[in-house]
Design a protein around this ligand. Structure first.
Ligand code: PGA
Length: 248
C-alpha cells in the first residue's frame, strides 16, 4: 500500500520569535518535497507561524486541543480557535500530557473528537513506558489507548493520524529499532482495519528519537508512514534531512 509519508515537527515548549523565524526559514529554503510536512508549535506562535507558512507546502498545527467547544476553561484552547488559525493538525494524548497532566484515554479521545469536529486532524499519540514493555504489556497498553479513540470517533475514526511513541524512546536518544516499531505499527494497523474501512490509507507515524541517521530505516518499514519528531525538529538541517528520508 502506497501511503504518502508525513513528517511532523513537535516543537514542545521550545522556541522564541527569532529562533522560530530562522527555523521556518531554513525549512522553507530547503523546500522539502515528496512527503507531507508540518510543524506543531506552541500556541502563542501559531499566528506568526501561519503567516510565515501560508502559501507554502508546509502545514502547521498545535500540540494539544481542548475537549470543550468554549466556556470557563482557563488556559485551554479550543478546536474552533485552532481552525481559525488555519491549523491542519493538533497533537493529542502526547505521553508528556498523559503523564504530567493526568490525561486519561477518554479525555484524549474527546480531544480528538473535538479537533475532528472542526476539521483539524488529530495526531493521536499512543505508547508504552519502559516498565510496561518489560512487563510484556506493550500490546495491551497501545490497544487500550487506541480503542478509546476508535470508539469515540466511531465512523470518523479513519480521519485521524496515529503516532506510536514508545515513552522510553522519547528524548532519550534510544530509538525503537525499526523491527520493534514495525511490530507495534502492524498491531495498530490491524486494530484500525477492524474499525475503519480506509485503515490501509491511514497514516501511522513513529516518534521517539528519530534523527537523520535512523529515519530512513524506520520509514522503510511497511507500516511506518512517517515520523513525529521532537528534538531533531528544532534544527532545520536535521528536520529537512528527516523529511528527505521520508520522501525516498
Ligand atoms: P523526540 O520526541 O524526537 O525528542 O524523542 C518525540 C516526541 O515526543 O514527539
Amino acid at each position: 500500500m502506497n501511503r504518502r509519508r508525513l513528517v511532523v515537527g513537535n516543537w514542545k515548549m521550545h522556541g522564541s520569535r527569532p529562533a522560530n523565524a530562522a527555523l521556518l526559514d531554513g525549512i522553507l529554503q530547503a523546500r522539502p518535497v515528496g512527503c507531507e510536512v508540518a510543524v506543531c508549535v506552541p500556541f502563542p506562535y501559531l499566528s506568526e507561524t501561519a503567516a510565515t507558512l501560508v502559501g507554502s507546502d508546509v502545514r502547521w498545527g498545535a500540540q494539544d486541543c481542548s475537549a470543550h467547544e468554549q466556556g470557563a476553561y482557563t488556559g485551554e484552547v479550543s478546536a474552533v480557535m485552532l481552525a481559525e488559525l488555519g491549523c491542519r493538525y493538533a497533537i493529542v494524548g502526547h505521553s508528556e500530557r498523559r503523564a504530567m497532566h493526568a490525561e486519561s484515554d477518554q479525555l484524549v479521545a474527546d480531544k480528538a473528537k473535538a479537533a475532528l469536529g472542526r476539521g483539524v486532524t488529530p495526531i493521536v499519540c499512543v505508547g508504552e513506558t519502559l516498565a510496561q514493555r518489560e512487563a510484556g504489556q506493550t500490546e495491551a497498553v497501545v490497544k487500550r489507548q487506541l480503542s478509546a479513540v476508535i470508539h469515540t470517533l466511531a465512523h470518523c475514526a479513519g480521519e485521524m493520524v496515529v503516532a506510536y511513541e514508545p515513552v522510553w524512546a522519547i528524548g532519550t536518544g534510544l530509538s525503537a529499532s525499526p523491527e520493534q516499531a514495525q511490530a507495534v505499527h502492524a498491531l495498530l494497523r490491524a486494530q484500525l482495519r477492524a474499525a475503519a474501512p480506509h485503515a490501509d490509507v491511514m497514516k501511522i507515524l513513529y516518534g521517539g528519537s528519530v534523527k537523520p541517521d535512523n529515519a530512513l530505516a524506520l520509514f522503510s518499514q511497511p507500516d511506518i508512514d512517517g515520523g513525529l519528531i521532537g528534538g531533531a525538529s528544532l534544527k532545520a538541517a536535521d528536520f529537512v534531512a528527516i523529511c528527505r528520508a521520508a520522501a525516498q
